[in-house]
Design a protein. Structure first.
Lengths: 589, 184
């Protein structure tokens, strides 16, 4: 592609940006991808030595918070303070973005997640949704998204075992899942000692455990684009680090090579977009700073924001795109419905057994969905929604924290004895809960703190809510029952939610909302195709589109929505234009 | 003499390494495993000098523990000031700098720091500094030997961690993939 004006600019080259760039360039559109982090072109050697816990702990591939971070206040009366280091959430940067760092889980959402307001009021009555809870339907159903889930699973080589094929429940799969059209493209991963104990124990208790859907390949695989990858080596360094082997599907090794080989895709790394240029309801292009700070403007026929949920919302606010949400009047929508997840660990300790927890990855394990979404009767429980519970080999080595019995000191001889005795003699059960949106939980611009260009940082107003605390307590009780049934020698229970959300302690990188999708322009920022209602040639892809936090991890859904949005972009950007000869660059005025 | 920490601070750090991870139980202590060269290397490196840390004004003390590190100090600055405060506290309470005290007295001083009762300069919360100190020492014990600690991988061997490797089909006894007749 020559240096001419592209058809489309894609801001941020993680999963969503990578998928959209590949689909658009395959359809003959010229795309420039702007990514503020470095490029990692040429996989070989790009991530040598990344099997290193300290590099993960030093957040090597995480957003450089010295140049841009977020501020957080726990309610509208508190002064927001910056996250001076990334802690509770660690979004990725650089070409590949967070897809380099996720643990490889590749879920579909259950049908409930797309129409929660309708489902809740139908089952529990109109007043079941408390005042202030801004739970919203998405404007699409699972059936609308199913074909795009299929496309994502085939592209990434997702492995698992189906639990529902066209309405028929299959043993060994997730009986609560929405109907799939067929099996997973790849079989499930191997069974590992800890997850197998979780599977057998939950089965005895009457649950229906199933293999976690994993985008780390269980076998060598070639996807429909001809991308060939090797099977996972179970090295254990999946979460927080890029895969050295290309076995864990990420944008860098699956979709971006496809975009690059069309000759219609140009990556500009080290480029930070600060504003979308627009007038009269149409975007004209973007303004960005390159690696040495020089300012540029790039014109294009359309703009896609796929720079992570929080950064998408900030770009809209700093560009004056859409109407900012006002929590007092409830008007406006940009910044509305911030959602999140809590996660907790409970450990079963066994004096005489080791489990090789350093083998595998967070996506290699078994899960149960009995307490996810609305899969159980919430009458009288005092909260809505829920989440998945699983066991996988979550962490590689001793730096990731060694569970020790309650009361063990944090340092000294007693601590040393305990870690020597219990290391790798534990099975970890994880609880993952949906944090639902609330009128007072939202995103706007900070009045004080700025980034390196003097532009305001994004301010998050959020704290744990009553729904979170009751759900956590309920799920922790269920997990305690599972852990007890494993008959361990010691139990390390989950710590409980602190008084205030702690920005410094890792929790989850599933930040959602801020530019939510919906059928009603007055209540949402983007259409069900992720196209902005207020600016017809801007699409906002990624977690920002999700109207609430869900009990299921969002990566698979974010990717399916990106595939679906690509359809809309192609349709609108090639409409009324004579067939574009492949490869021709015809600047459009 | 290390240019990132004064002499006295290095001596105090070496003793703290052996209080966090004492010798015994079949494994050397933190000092012998190389925690000091590890910490000095980290403090002199990008992380220690404040890379990826947002350090723009204003710096405001957090009203409660929900806000994380709010000080403008880099880890290197925090270590220099924090270890000096530990020595002043040891001298005032026990009549000698930290390195001159018996191990049980050293533990008492560290417990004071952990409880936040050691007087530290404004902007450096004692309990937060203790957590930073503790985490960095533990990293020195269990990180990859190439960073200067975990001498010869002895801490890994002692605890039973084989180090970074590819475990598919190696000595690790992995249950064979479950045959499943329904798979295509």
């Amino acid at each position: 592609m020559s240096g001419g004006e592209p058809d489309v600019i894609v801001v941020g080259l993680g999963w969503a940006g990578g998928i959209i760039a590949a689909e658009l360039t395959k359809a003959g559109l010229d795309v420039v991808g702007l990514e503020r982090g470095p490029d990692h072109d040429g996989r070989a050697g790009a991530f040598a030595g990344s099997r290193d816990e300290l590099r993960i702990k030093r957040l090597e591939h995480t957003q450089a918070t010295d140049t841009e971070t977020w501020t957080l206040r726990h309610d509208r009366g508190e002064t927001a303070l910056p996250l001076r280091r990334a802690g509770a959430f660690t979004p990725g940067t650089g070409v590949g973005g967070s897809s380099l760092l996720y643990g490889g889980m590749a879920w579909r959402f259950p049908e409930y997640d797309f129409m929660p307001r309708t489902a809740i009021t139908a089952r529990y009555g109109a007043d079941a949704i408390a005042d202030g809870a801004t739970i919203a339907d998405w404007g699409i159903s699972y059936a609308d998204l199913a074909p795009y889930y299929d496309q994502f699973e085939r592209m990434a080589g997702v492995g698992g075992r189906a639990g529902n094929i066209n309405g028929r429940i299959k043993p060994g799969g997730n009986p609560f899942e929405a109907p799939r059209s067929g099996e997973f493209p790849v079989p499930p991963m191997r069974d590992l000692p800890g997850p197998s104990l979780f599977r057998d124990t939950t089965e005895k208790l009457g649950y229906h455990p199933f293999p976690v859907p994993s985008s780390a390949l269980s076998a060598d695989y070639v996807n429909p684009d001809g991308i060939a990858r090797h099977a996972c080596t179970y090295c254990g360094y999946c979460a927080g680090a890029p895969c050295e082997f290309g076995a864990k599907a990420d944008a860098l090794v699956t979709v971006l090579p496809v975009a690059r080989r069309t000759g219609r895709f140009e990556v500009r790394a080290g480029c930070t977009v600060t504003e979308v240029l627009h007038d009269g309801g149409t975007a004209r292009g973007v303004r960005y700073h390159d690696a040495d700070g020089t300012r540029h403007e790039l014109r294009a026929g359309a703009v896609v924001l796929s720079a992570y949920a929080l950064n998408n919302t900030r770009l809209l606010l700093n560009s004056g795109l859409g109407t900012p949400y006002d929590p007092v009047t409830g008007t406006g929508s940009v910044g509305k419905n911030y959602g999140y997840n809590f996660g907790f660990h409970s450990h079963a300790l066994f004096a005489g057994r080791t489990f090789q927890n350093y083998v595998g990855s967070p996506a290699i394990g078994y899960a149960i969905a009995e307490y996810n979404a609305d899969n159980f009767d919430h009458t009288g429980l005092g909260f809505l929604d829920g989440g998945l519970i699983w066991t996988s080999n979550r962490a590689a080595g001793p730096l990731a924290g060694i569970p020790v019995p309650p009361g063990t000191p944090r340092w000294g001889a007693g601590w040393k004895r305990a870690i020597g005795r219990w290391y790798d003699r534990f099975v970890t059960v994880v609880g993952h809960g949906a944090v639902l949106p609330h009128r007072d939980h939202y995103l706007d611009l900070d009045p004080t703190y700025t980034d390196r260009y003097g532009l305001p940082l994004l301010r998050i107003t959020f704290d744990w809510s009553e729904n979170d605390r009751r759900m956590y307590e309920f799920m922790a009780g269920k997990v305690a029952g599972i852990v007890a049934a494993m008959d361990p020698d010691e139990v390390v229970p989950p710590p409980g939610l602190p008084d205030h959300f702690n920005t410094a302690a890792y929790q989850s990188t599933h930040n959602t909302g801020g530019a939510i999708m919906g059928a009603d322009p007055a209540m949402s920022v983007v259409s069900p195709w992720l196209r902005m209602w207020d600016c017809g040639n801007v699409w906002v892809a990624g977690g920002s589109a999700l109207p609430q936090g869900t009990g299921t991890g969002p990566t698979g859904t974010i990717c399916a929505l990106a595939y679906r949005a690509a359809h809309d972009i192609i349709r609108s950007q090639t409409a009324g234009r004579p067939g574009r000869p492949a490869g021709a660059v015809t600047p459009v005025r | 003499m290390s240019e990132v920490l004064p002499e006295a601070a290095v001596a105090t750090l070496a003793c703290i390494a052996d209080r966090v991870f004492p010798p015994g139980g079949g494994c050397a202590g933190g000092r012998e495993l190389g925690v000091v060269p590890y910490v000095l290397g980290q403090l002199a490196g990008p992380w220690g000098q404040g890379e990826k840390m947002y350090r723009r004004e204003p710096f405001v003390a957090a009203p409660h523990p929900g806000h994380g590190w709010q000080s403008g100090l880099t880890p290197a600055e925090a270590f220099a000031l924090g270890l000096a405060a530990v020595d002043e506290h040891a001298a005032r309470e026990h009549g000698s700098p930290f390195a001159g005290l018996r191990p049980d007295r050293q533990d008492t001083v560290l417990a004071d720091l952990e409880r936040g009762v050691v007087a530290t300069p404004a902007g450096l919360d004692p309990a937060q500094f203790f957590t930073l100190l503790l985490e960095t020492c533990v990293e020195g014990v269990f990180s990859d030997p190439r960073y200067g600690g975990n001498r010869n991988g002895e801490a890994w061997a002692w605890i039973g961690f084989p180090g970074p490797g590819e475990h598919a089909g190696t000595a690790v006894d992995l249950a064979p993939a479950q045959a499943d007749e329904e798979l295509p």
